[in-house]
Write a protein that binds this ligand. Structure first.
Ligand SMILES: Nc1nc2c(ncn2[C@@H]2O[C@H](COP(=O)(O)OP(=O)(O)OP(=O)(O)O)[C@@H](O)[C@H]2O)c(=O)[nH]1
Length: 195
């Protein structure tokens, strides 16, 4: 196996949440023969030396032999992101939500290469900014904790107060000819559209 590309970035996969709209655990949902967690792990394990899963019920992921870390602030994806950033031993993390069926390795690498001195590097899709497929630096921690303490859970809002680079979709569109990089699955209807 070749060495991971980014030794100095930790991969963070959010596996918490309630999957209420889907009606079953999204992380373990099978899409085209592979579960969503397996789909996320593929580009992550090729890119990052350490990968952390952030969420509850670690027994769900026993087979993967990876650290599963409970939320320090339960109940929001911001809380999961904060937890991953807090526990990472590297200055940067790259986060994905586990409900992207086609996490795009070329876009992931483009965003990691762009990290420079920014606090956050967040891509845009046709739907707007995509803070759950993005790169963050430890320098975000204080602002994120403040927001969590105030029960304000918008990741985009906290990032607007930080040195955030928003990457326009046109800069990464050539990596995404099928237009599926930011597709995320929330309902059984979303799954039906894939088959
Ligand atoms: N660690 C952690 N991850 C979360 C939490 N809430 C959501 N996520 C993750 O964030 C991503 C987007 O989640 P959403 O689709 O907004 O929420 P969800 O709870 O998964 O689904 P719904 O119950 O249908 O809203 C998914 O990868 C979830 O696993 C949380 O409280 N903690």
């Amino acid at each position: 196996m070749t060495a991971p590309v980014f030794q100095d970035i930790t991969g963070i996969i959010l596996v918490g949440g309630k999957s209420r709209r889907m009606g079953q655990d999204k992380a373990l949902l099978s899409v085209q023969g592979k579960t969503l967690i397996e789909r996320a792990l593929e580009p992550f394990q090729q890119s990052f030396e350490q990968v952390l899963l952030i969420g509850d019920r670690p027994e769900r992921f026993a087979a993967f032999r990876l650290p599963v870390v409970p939320d320090l602030y339960p109940g929001s994806s911001l809380g999961g992101l904060y937890t991953g950033l807090y526990h990472a031993r590297t200055e940067h993390i790259f986060v994905t939500s586990c409900d992207l069926p086609f996490p795009n390795p070329a876009i992931l690498r483009y965003l990691c290469d762009a990290r420079g001195r920014y606090d956050a590097i967040i891509p845009c899709s046709s739907q707007g900014s995509e803070p759950l497929f993005a790169c963050y630096r430890k320098s975000c921690l204080d602002a994120m904790r403040d927001r969590l303490e105030q029960q304000r859970f918008s990741i985009s809002s906290v990032c607007s107060s930080l040195r955030t680079r928003l990457v326009p979709y046109q800069d990464i569109a050539s990596f995404d000819p099928a237009g599926t990089a930011f597709l995320n699955l929330n309902t059984p209807e979303d799954i039906a559209l894939l088959s």
